[in-house]
Design a protein around this ligand. Structure first.
Ligand code: ZN
Length: 240
């Protein structure tokens, strides 16, 4: 018998055990601090070199690249290794699902990745690690090595559109999956909220694992409020 497709939609809550705070959720750090929000807002970032210099300093100090996957990330990767078809749709930009062992082609990063940089002029891509090494070496706002254009993280900043290809794939998975697990996301912002709705509309069994209530709890077959680090491994073992 063909095993059912499991979609895991993950938000900031899955990475807090890895020491990464919720930056961009409705109550996230950036939303509560207008000055910090400017650092990740496309218009300000492109328009003001001082904002960029502060943003590079912030990235250097945040140390996001050093974060390690936790039990919840590992549980998702283990389910995939057990032979269950799994796709991850993540709002996170930390790359921790892949570091835990999920094949990159099975992870859709809805908001891009903080592990890469992209040139806003020519589109050239590179590693964040290399860009941060240049900041360490004294470049306060390292430009693109190819064209001299402004470099930014390969994340979707506020004011930028989501990648329509990634979004289209995420919608297809939401429609096709038989189980849709929303973990560590408040389901209050798009596209996360829409994806949960699409999955439920198409008959998926919706499971919500989140400390706080979400607008989709009443459509969920199961709502789990326990800590993600223990609740998700237990839930996924049941699916495997
Ligand atoms: Zn360039």
């Amino acid at each position: 018998m063909k095993k059912p497709l499991v979609a895991v939609l993950s938000g900031a809550g899955i990475s807090t055990d890895s020491g990464i705070p919720d930056y961009r959720g409705p109550n996230g750090l950036w939303r509560r601090d207008p000055e910090a929000e400017k650092l990740v807002t496309y218009e300000y970032y492109m328009g003001d070199p001082e904002i960029r210099r502060r943003a590079w300093r912030m990235r250097r100090e945040a140390g996001t690249l050093h974060a390690r996957p936790n039990a919840a990330h590992r549980a998702v990767a283990e389910l995939e290794r057990a032979g269950v078809p799994v796709r991850v749709l993540t709002q996170n930009v930390d790359g921790l699902h892949q570091l835990a062992g999920m094949p990159a082609r099975k992870v859709l990063e809805l908001h891009g990745t903080a592990r890469g940089v992209v040139c806003t002029g020519c589109g050239a891509r590179g590693a964040m690690e290399d860009a941060l090494a240049r900041v360490d070496a004294g470049e306060e706002d390292p430009p693109c090595g190819a064209c001299g254009g402004v470099l930014k993280p390969a994340t979707v900043m506020f004011g930028e559109r989501l990648d329509p290809v990634v979004l289209g794939e995420a919608l297809s998975i939401a429609k096709a999956c038989e189980v849709f697990v929303a973990v560590g996301t408040s389901l209050q912002v798009q596209p996360a909220a829409g994806l949960a709705g699409v999955a439920a509309d198409h008959g998926a069994r919706l499971v919500v694992v989140n400390a706080e209530p979400t607008p989709y709890d009443d459509r969920a077959a199961e709502v789990i409020r326990e800590p993600i680090g223990t609740a998700l491994p237990e839930l996924l073992r049941g699916l495997g």
